[in-house]
Design a protein around this ligand. Sequence first.
Ligand code: NAI
Ligand code: 3PY
Length: 324
Amino acid sequence: MKIFITKKIPQKGIDLLKSAGHDISIHDSSTPLSETELIKASQQADYVLNGGMQKFDANFFQNCPNLKALSLMSVGYDNVDISAATQHGIPVSNTPGILSGATADVAFLLMLSVSRKAFFNHKRILQGEWKGFDPTANLGIELNNKTLGIYGLGRIGFEFARKAKAAYNMEIIYYNRSRNEEAEQILGARYVNFDDLLTRSDVLSIHAALTAETKNRFDKNTFTRMKNSAILVNTARGGLVNELDLIEALQTGQLWGAGLDVTDPEPMDPKNPLLTMENVCILPHIGSATVETRDNMALMAASNLLAAIKGEKMPQIINKEVYQ
Ligand SMILES: NC(=O)C1=CN([C@@H]2O[C@H](COP(=O)(O)OP(=O)(O)OC[C@H]3O[C@@H](n4cnc5c(N)ncnc54)[C@H](O)[C@@H]3O)[C@@H](O)[C@H]2O)C=CC1
Ligand SMILES: O=C(O)C(=O)CO
């Protein structure tokens, strides 16, 4: 079968597909494909594995009538029009669970880095501004026994809450579409309404998927409800946060700091004012970027595709209804 991979993935995934005797072509470039290039390359394939953050909209599925399945090497699928895929009978799979620990580590890294102004102080040293020990400068805030609010307590949110509880005995509160009994029993997490999440969190970490409902969920109105001493962490998707409102909230002291692994758009403009702010740490979407996790994601994405090729259900299917 012909498989098109939209961006180079770890070799283990490619080897798995090759060992099954398939004909593979890879877009091996740091430049994402244009919509036209993506459609053209996919039209020549039976199966597509998405290694990047390409968009698969209704027009894509309309124009790729021979496509039999789409495997995403990501857990997030906000870049795919799932209902259009289903309408065209295309199963779509993702890579849930195996990246939760790595992504939670990045949320933890951002929380701690912001609380101690780590990135800003690193930049100051590079700029020759380290003049010596100063008892009143560079003061951060401590995390011990503080309240961590999780927006979207699913797989990654749970992992982050578990780490924060173990390290700092943080009190966990959460807002979710439904109650998470496991988190309540294991972590003593408490379900709160959205307004309580805003007003009570010392650190508020975003872990819900980007959907029409969650887009721009964090804006001026929400920031004004939060504590002035609060830190916002986002490892989900940039689109959940209104960036202009966030900049204003940080500039006016409405919020204490922010740690972002995701922005909208990506890549971020290097002139973005967030990059020069004292209490802001930004990373270039590296939540799942460890050797171990990316290998596992590539293997899972390849295995999903191999199942589809064999005529089996993809194990990590998103649109189950396509099989009915
Ligand atoms: N920074 C990075 O590299 C990575 C980012 N991600 C992002 O993290 C997101 C979460 O991944 P998982 O934890 O595996 O997903 P998940 O599905 O296990 O957890 C998401 C949680 O959010 C909740 N939720 C959804 N809509 C909501 C709403 N409107 N209000 C309140 N809660 C809502 C869900 O009920 C669920 O419990 C992904 O969708 C992806 O966008 C995932 C992996 C790596
Ligand atoms: O899996 C995802 O959704 C990512 O953002 C990258 O791992």
